[in-house]
Design a protein around this ligand. Structure first.
Ligand code: NAD
Length: 473
């Protein structure tokens, strides 16, 4: 057990203010406390915001080339710490090692590289008629991130904010502060000017709320649940702050008649169970036509058998535990609700997986005969639970796909990609993969409806941290 001290403020680890309260970091596979970090207070947030404000003038005046050089060092630092990042994510999130190596530690490098490319090319000045429009940094950024992709969520905010010329104060999720501390040490080694990046660990309701409401913060960039996003949005409204909200989802994977059913189901199940189902963009609703329905259910149940929960440090494990006991109980309760409301369990279930008496494991679960009105079809579960719904025709499929409060992502499969794309264009969601199209870090990521406000990634992510000034001639 390691007791970490201090917050990263103004270029150094500073002792925490307050009375020495800590947050325990628990390994979700062993249930052991592996570390503690300071539970930051409003006073710590004040110090971090003050440091960011003092750094703002010099950072915004730093020429693009120098910003690019500093951020390139930061990207390279992340790349050279991949093993340590993967091990940390395994320990505090419970991610299977293979996933930690293939995604948690590598995706941030790809995202950072994409930010560098955007920064290198972005026109910070343009002519519009008789005006010159300048794109300026929007000010001090308060970034609040969740635990499910601990480093990716940090990089997706901090790198574009810094690229835009904005200093940042980060408040990471309570469950995964060790990855955030590792990131801060990489920032430090990259030699970014003191105060441009600051880290305060702590509880959402204390440090997070203090940051979101701070007068010295100009932009709040939040990723997390819709419930908390609503509060952050309200606080930002009161303070007339810019706000970006990346929230939850209940995304539809629509398999149109004629699609490669075997592949669509296999990829769909993999998507729903990725990261133990703790993915905001997960395709948690699979929509299948009457004609293909029984076969799809059978394929999905079979596919689920390949996701045996187990020790995340074992390289053959595909499904680790959930992040916490709270999440496990939440997910199990949803599975029980699904059964009670009449959905048909074809894989998994609410009881603990066999042979795992320690760890926050949930069985990979597939429900058939799910009706759109059922709780498991409407609410974000955030665990390895897939619902398969039946549709009559394409119009019915569209009605079900869009019949949700969320609108983050989705998938569409068809024999003809043009047919899939035409269907996708009528879906109310921000990111839709056609026949399993790959994730693109340069494409905008963000939600319609209750899935959020604003976009991350690529040029769109940079623009969230810029404001315009125009001069008329
Ligand atoms: P959460 O909303 O509970 O917490 C997210 C962050 O907000 C944490 O850092 C937390 O400490 C902080 N927080 C909590 N209460 C706060 C408050 N009152 N004021 C300020 N900050 C506060 O979410 P979570 O459980 O950590 O993450 C899971 C959720 O995040 C899911 O709903 C998921 O869909 C969503 N998510 C969305 C995206 C996306 O890009 N759209 C990505 C990942 C996760």
């Amino acid at each position: 057990m390691q007791a970490h001290e201090g917050h990263y403020i103004d270029g150094a680890w500073r002792p925490a203010a307050g009375s020495g309260e800590v947050i325990e970091v628990v390994n979700p596979a062993t249930e052991e406390v592996i570390a503690t970090v300071p539970a930051g207070t409003a006073e710590d947030v004040d110090a971090a915001v003050a440091a960011a404000r003092s750094a703002a003038g010099a950072w915004r005046a730093t020429p693009r080339d120098e910003r690019l050089a500093a951020l390139t060092r930061l990207r390279d630092g992340i790349a050279s710490h991949q093993d340590e990042i993967a091990a940390t994510v395994v320990a505090e999130l419970g991610s299977p090692l293979r996933l930690a190596q293939a995604l948690h530690s590598t995706l941030p490098v790809a995202v950072a590289t994409s930010v560098l490319e955007v920064l290198a090319e972005f026109p910070f000045e343009e002519k519009v008629g008789n005006s010159t429009v300048y794109y300026e940094p929007a000010g001090v950024v308060g970034a609040i991130t969740p635990w499910n992709y601990p480093l990716h969520q940090i990089v997706a905010k901090v790198l574009p904010a810094l690229a835009a010329g904005c200093p940042v104060v980060l408040k990471p999720a309570e469950n995964t502060p060790l990855t955030a501390r590792l990131f801060a040490s990489i920032v430090h080694d990259a030699g970014l000017p003191a105060g441009t990046f600051n880290l305060v660990t702590g509880l959402g309701t204390v440090a997070g709320a203090a940051l979101a409401e701070h007068d010295g913060v100009d932009v709040v960039s939040f990723t997390g649940s819709t419930a908390v996003g609503r509060r952050i949005g309200a606080a930002a409204g009161r303070g007339i702050k810019r706000v970006a909200l990346e929230l939850g989802g209940k995304s539809a994977n629509v398999i149109l008649p004629g699609a490669d059913l075997t592949r669509a189901v296999k990829v769909g199940v993999g998507n729903a169970f990725l990261n133990a189902g703790q993915t905001c963009s997960a395709w948690t609703r699979m929509l299948v036509s009457d004609a293909d329905y029984d076969q799809a259910v059978e394929l999905a149940a079979k596919s689920a058998e390949g996701y045996v929960p187990g020790d995340p440090t074992d390289r053959s494990t595909r499904l680790g535990p959930l992040v916490s006991a709270v999440q496990r109980e939440r997910v199990r309760a949803y599975i029980e609700t699904g059964v009670r409301e009449g959905a048909r369990l074809v894989a998994g279930g609410a009881e603990a997986p066999e042979g795992l008496d320690k760890g926050y494991y949930v069985r990979p679960t597939v429900f058939a005969d799910v009706e759109p009105g059922m709780t498991i079809a409407r609410e974000e579960i955030f665990g390895p639970v897939l619902s398969i719904l039946r549709y009559r025709d394409a119009e019915h499929a569209l009605e079900i796909a869009n019949g949700t409060d969320y609108g983050l992502s989705g998938g569409v499969w068809a024999a003809d990609p043009a047919e899939a794309a035409a269907f996708a264009r009528r879906m109310e969601a921000g990111q839709i993969d056609i026949n399993g199209g790959a994730f693109n870090p340069a494409a905008p990521f963000g939600g319609y409806k209750n899935s959020g406000v604003g976009r991350e990634m690529g040029r769109f992510g940079l623009e969230e941290f810029l404001q315009t000034q125009s001069l008329q001639f």
